[in-house]
Write a protein of this length. Structure first.
Ligand code: SF4
Length: 365
């Protein structure tokens, strides 16, 4: 398969830091064990100056971090917008640093979309899932929604959540809460970031009872990957990684300080990864082999089966288990409002392939 002449989907990690400690994210661990830093302005501009007129469709100034941790993020967004106006510009943030001054600037910038990763409504759930203060974040996001409206901005404001054991009882309240405020809401399934979520944390966040969780864990053959032909991820120090799964930087494919992006894209390191992909041998790289494992899904048939089986077992019982309550609600939502939740449902045997979350707009930091 031929790669694009130039990657059309680019993420730039302008800083490697994040202010949250989400249970579903490898950051709390990798930030302690790997070098961290903020991209210097010269490198940032060198990178962005190579992008105009190259067919970039999606440009996102974050990768495994929170973009608002970069104190220069507003002028950097403005620079990207001015230099590469043809690309869609998006940020994904946890929302904790959406302070008034930043909100004012974001409302003026007219980005294509701002995704807020938000996994609950109550202080307890927010603390348990993200280590953040719920009141502060919800106030920030409401403030941003108001500011965008007042500015007549075309920016789409989207709240995204993961379905987790810790938030399953309020996820539908969260959907209603954001919907009532005119904010879009997407729900995504959990994955273990190609094995980078260690120490039993992944298992502890799976949303259902053990047997249901087991049946909802899907495994994909990642012997080939479209990311390698269209996506470029650049870390704060200029290192290039294959995708947002490579939290431990195990597959660095060159450095943007040393060569042009075009030369790197068509250079030996990418070519050898693509050769593995072309010949179905990507599994020879541990990261890619593990990328297809532990993809949680929310399959309609399994949900319906769970509800049916539990209905029989619980006859005469007034209080269905949390798994059953959530399964009923999810099943109903999927049947009645398939567009409301973007669950990334991929059924085993459907022939569809996981494309690697690095290529998904706003799906993951
Ligand atoms: S297979 Fe997975 S880990 Fe490997 S490059 Fe693709 S998305 Fe990244």
């Amino acid at each position: 398969m031929r790669p694009l002449d130039f990657p059309n989907n680019i993420q730039i990690q302008t800083t490697s830091f994040c202010n949250a400690s989400c249970g579903f994210c490898p950051y709390p661990e990798t930030s302690r064990s790997l070098p961290m830093g903020t991209m210097d302005e010269a490198l940032f501009r060198t990178i962005v100056d190579q992008l105009p007129g190259r067919g970039v469709v999606l440009l996102q100034p974050f990768l495994m971090n929170d973009p608002l941790m970069d104190k220069q993020i507003v002028p950097r967004l403005a620079y990207m917008k001015a230099r590469v106006p043809e690309a869609r510009l998006n940020i994904t943030t946890n929302g904790a640093l959406l302070r008034p001054a930043v909100v004012r600037e974001l409302a003026r910038l007219d980005l294509d979309s701002i995704h807020v990763s938000s996994n609950g409504l109550t202080p307890e759930t927010y603390r348990a899932t993200m280590g953040l203060d719920a009141d502060e974040v919800l106030a920030n996001v409401n403030h941003l929604a108001d500011a965008l409206r007042a500015a007549g901005s075309r920016t789409r404001l989207i709240v995204t959540a993961l379905l987790l054991k810790q938030n399953r009882d309020e996820i539908f309240l969260a959907r209603d809460y954001w919907r009532a405020r005119g904010v879009e809401f997407f729900l995504n399934p959990l994955n273990d970031r190609a094995g980078n979520l260690g120490g039993g944390r992944f298992d502890a966040m799976l949303p259902f009872d053990e047997d249901v969780n087991r049946r909802q864990l899907l495994h994909y053959d990642m012997s080939g990957c479209p990311n390698l032909y269209a996506f470029l991820g650049i870390l704060f120090n200029g290192d290039l990684v294959t995708c947002c799964m490579d939290w431990r930087r195990t597959l660095v494919l060159g450095n943007a300080r040393e060569q042009s992006l075009a030369d790197l894209w068509h250079g030996h390191a990418y070519a050898s990864m693509r050769e593995l992909s072309d010949t179905g041998r990507l599994g020879e790289r541990e990261l890619c082999r593990r990328c297809g494992e532990n993809r949680f899904s929310i399959d309609q048939a399994s949900l319906d089966d769970l509800v049916a089986r539990s209905g029989g077992a619980e006859e005469g019982c007034d209080a269905p288990s949390a798994s059953v309550r959530v399964a009923r609600h999810l099943s109903a939502v999927q049947a009645q409002e398939p567009e409301t939740f973007k669950l990334n449902l991929i059924r085993p045997g459907s022939g569809e392939r996981v494309s690697g979350s690095g290529a998904h707009e706003g799906a993951s930091r």
